[in-house]
Design a protein around this ligand. Structure first.
Ligand SMILES: Nc1ncnc2c1ncn2[C@@H]1O[C@H](COP(=O)(O)OP(=O)(O)OP(=O)(O)O)[C@@H](O)[C@H]1O
Length: 360
């Protein structure tokens, strides 16, 4: 029986991993973040296989969140399995999960901090995560339901810094089958069935209901939406980068357009509204001509550059700042998070931390 290869699911996972690693120089170290679940276990096995043939070093990291009975023993089991998969070194990372932003977010923050620390310490060129197309679909559905822009609907990227997600094009069914095909028994996290978690309800109830009512292929379609949105978001962000660079006024005091707003306050007010450290000044004229999608991105960027925390800066804040461009009728300072204010003066928008002096 010539050409007897591995089971199709095993081959699919290996192919996906090979593609995700094909730019790494021989001798580079790749680490798999493995919880012991089907997705990351299939990923770990494929990575050990692919790496040895590609001249890469491959290791494994498993995080013990210390949140469930026996989590330390499970982490130790995953570590014990690693050498047989061709993964050396293998480490269990014990983390302390804080309380910020809900239990899921806190566990995730602690996990990524530990993974990044270990990757740095071991000199890894990449850390692989086992997110699949189904995880992507869940993410996109959640974000759609919350009301999101294209960047957010783009879901999880295949690469971000050190992190790579080789399995985004494969369904969970494939990772489960791959484990089966290799005789590996994945660990079933009881949290993955706990309906108190939003993500579990999306996975166990919402997506099956959508498939039931709309027909199969919803997860694939949502993942495709993410890919299309990513292209669009990349294009718009690129345009916004250029527009931002164009709009920034380096030295507001010498801007030739400074007197173009007849309704603005006298010259002396300029020093009161900043131009201090971190302040950002944009010329209004070019902004007004931009498509709204690009202009809102430019305004968002300016607010962040002036010190607004990205996580706290909502679309509503940016829209309010936009009214200073497109609906100008002498408004006062618009407040955005981080104590940053936006004022319109002399044909410019100034984003600054200092409070504006009252305009008479
Ligand atoms: N305990 C763990 N140890 C190591 N890696 C883990 C652990 N938990 C999750 N991961 C990694 O993260 C991937 C996604 O896991 P999961 O979907 O459970 O987490 P998540 O909270 O959705 O992650 P994310 O925050 O990245 O969306 C896994 O495939 C695995 O690569």
């Amino acid at each position: 029986m010539a050409g007897m290869g591995p089971p199709p699911a095993v081959a699919d996972v290996r192919r996906a991993v090979r593609l995700a690693l094909d730019d790494l120089a021989p001798g580079s170290l790749v680490l798999v973040a493995c919880s012991g679940g089907a997705d990351s276990l299939a990923l770990a096995a494929a990575t050990g296989f692919v790496a040895s043939r590609a001249g890469l070093d491959a290791g494994l990291l498993t995080v013990d969140h210390g949140l469930q009975e026996g989590s330390d023993e499970r982490a130790a089991e995953v570590v014990r399995l690693a050498p047989a998969l061709g993964l050396v070194p293998a480490e269990a990372l014990r983390v302390r999960v804080g309380g910020g932003g809900g239990p899921e977010a806190a566990a995730r923050d602690a996990r990524y901090a530990a993974l990044s620390e270990a990757a740095g310490r071991l000199g890894a060129a990449a850390v692989l995560l086992g997110h699949t197309r189904d995880d992507q679909a869940e993410t996109v559905l959640l974000r759609l339901a919350r009301g999101s822009g294209t960047r957010s609907l783009a879901g999880m990227p295949a690469r971000a810094g050190l992190y790579r997600r080789p399995l985004l094009g494969l369904g969970r069914r494939t990772t489960v089958a791959a484990c089966e095909g290799l005789g590996l028994s994945p660990w079933d996290d009881p949290h993955n069935l706990d309906p108190r978690y939003t993500r579990v309800r999306v996975r166990e109830r919402l997506l099956p209901a959508l498939e039931e009512e709309l027909g199969p292929g919803v997860a694939e379609a949502l993942a495709r939406t993410a890919d299309l949105c990513r292209d669009d978001a990349d294009a718009l962000d690129g345009w916004a980068d250029a527009a931002y660079a164009e709009a920034v006024v380096r030295d507001p005091a010498h801007d030739p357009d400074r007197d173009s707003d007849r309704d603005s306050a006298g010259d002396s007010a300029l020093s009161d509204i900043g131009g201090g450290a971190g302040a950002v000044t944009l010329a209004v004229q070019g902004l007004a001509e931009l498509p709204r999608a690009v202009r809102l991105r430019v305004l968002r960027r300016a607010a962040i550059a002036a010190g607004a925390p990205p996580g706290a800066l909502s679309a509503a804040h940016v829209l309010q700042a936009d009214r200073l461009v497109t609906g100008w009728r002498g408004q006062r300072r618009v407040e955005v998070p981080g104590g940053v204010g936006v004022v319109r003066r002399y044909g410019t928008l100034v984003f600054a931390r200092q409070p504006a002096s009252p305009v008479s």
